[in-house]
Write a protein that binds this ligand. Sequence first.
Ligand code: TYD
Length: 255
Amino acid sequence: MVTPSHASVPSRGPAQAQAPGLFVAFEGGDGAGKSTQARLLAESLRAAGHEVLLTREPGGTEIGEKLRALVLEHGHGEIDPRTEALIFAAARAAHVAQAIGPALARGAVVITDRYIGSSVVYQGVGRALGEDAVRALNEWATDGLWPDLTVLLDVDEAEGRARRTAGEAAEDRLESEPDAFHRQVRSAFLQLAAARPDASLVLDAGRAPDDLAGEIVSEVEARLRARRAASAGTAARPAEDTAAGDPAAGKRAHA
Ligand code: TYD
């Protein structure tokens, strides 16, 4: 169960609240088509002239890609749930410090294929470590950075497995968990999105890819326009305040 405390999760953490970029995460069960949609969104935004960082988790940095191999490939021996959660969180800490944070500070749109939601759901619920503990660990790891928008591609476990096994690639450590695990994952993703309604877009992953892509681009462009309008308003406000009737403020401003 996702606890009601998620309702108070901020869109951004304190350290990044002023960064001008937009942070978008794709989440969903294995086989939902996140990577395709993340790529299509990046292509559309780049074509419209935006700077985009397209990245993924675990990964996105040199250390993150090494940790990805360690935690996802079979053959490194047993990995207990706490160790697994810490590896994902360590990869995420490096990702935020080295890639995501700097890109947001430059004003880029950051698009990541998976983020904190995956840990809350897979480790917190799937591995039964508890969502609150996993969320707290990850908020520490990321200095409280949550996405402005999480796009959840909702897929049921049977469809997800059918899509994964249709490809050539073998299932990784998490993907090869039984259907009951993936059923829990799906329901926990939906609850997490419901707890952050203003920062979530939930879509049926079974829709045509182009149709999904169109809706996602529209949503992200609307948020970019709102962000630009808000920062233009903030920049304009001191002058407006001065003109609007506090002569003392005007004097201070021009002193
Ligand atoms: P993903 O990149 O979606 O796999 P693929 O490259 O095969 O499309 O995700 C890899 C797996 O890692 C996936 O099964 C979910 C799992 N995972 C977690 O369990 N916790 C996490 O925090 C993250 C980021 C991923």
